[in-house]
Design a protein. Structure first.
Length: 217
């Protein structure tokens, strides 16, 4: 297991952070922090800060983490991997999607955190708030796809660019959820922790299966 020591350490730290965050959230210790950030993103009239088009852009960017759009991206990626004769790797991508959905839909009803009411919602949402489903999904999926793409890129600059994009999109999605007033900042932090921990876990599984000849190298 020495080969995966760093990844396992990162996963442990991410999960520990999520657990600590959960305790603080359920205990109400993050209320001041959450409210201060959400109010700071509003003008005096309650609308989102910045020009009028920014709120519409935020809604569009937020959709990068929506279930419908992510499903399309995953289906396209899986088909591409099948055509490239990498069916088991396609299975890893599909497993990432299904696993993320199960994690989010299991945890939200357990914590039952209500949606923010400190500011008016710019987008229409339903369900519980913690952790952010959009953020968790975006983090897990784009991180997994980014690593798969980067693995096939030989030039260092391109590899860094691909990984940077894979990190930027989840960050953007998380920020939009807070900007739109539909999630607390701590919902997003929890989503980042969970999504990255799940992506790293699948990365270890994928590497183990590759070494055993069960997944394409």
């Amino acid at each position: 297991m020495g080969r995966y020591r760093r990844a396992l350490t990162a996963i442990a730290l991410l999960l520990a952070t999520f657990v600590l965050l959960t305790v603080l959230v359920l205990g109400g210790a993050t209320t001041g922090f959450d409210h201060a950030i959400m109010v700071a993103l509003r003008d005096a009239d309650g609308s989102g800060i910045g020009p009028g088009w920014l709120s519409k852009a935020m809604m569009n960017w937020s959709a990068l983490g929506s279930g419908h759009n992510v499903t399309i991206i995953v289906v396209v990626a899986a088909i591409g991997l099948f055509l490239a004769r990498r069916p088991r790797e396609a299975g890893v991508v599909i497993a990432c999607t299904l696993g993320t959905s199960i994690i989010v839909n299991t945890l939200k009803p357990i914590f039952e955190r209500a949606r923010p009411s400190v500011v008016q919602h710019i987008d229409t949402v339903t369900g519980f708030s913690f952790p952010s489903g959009h953020t968790t999904t975006a983090t897990a999926i784009y991180a997994t796809l980014g690593v798969l793409v980067a693995a096939g890129v030989h030039e260092r600059r391109l590899k860094i660019f691909v990984l940077a994009i894979a990190a930027f999109i989840p960050f953007l999605v998380g920020f939009t959820r807070v900007f739109l007033g539909v999630h607390y900042p701590t919902d997003v932090l929890g989503g980042w922790c969970l999504g990255l921990a799940w992506a790293l876990s699948l990365g270890i599984v994928n590497d183990v299966l590759q070494r055993r000849g069960m997944v394409e190298s």
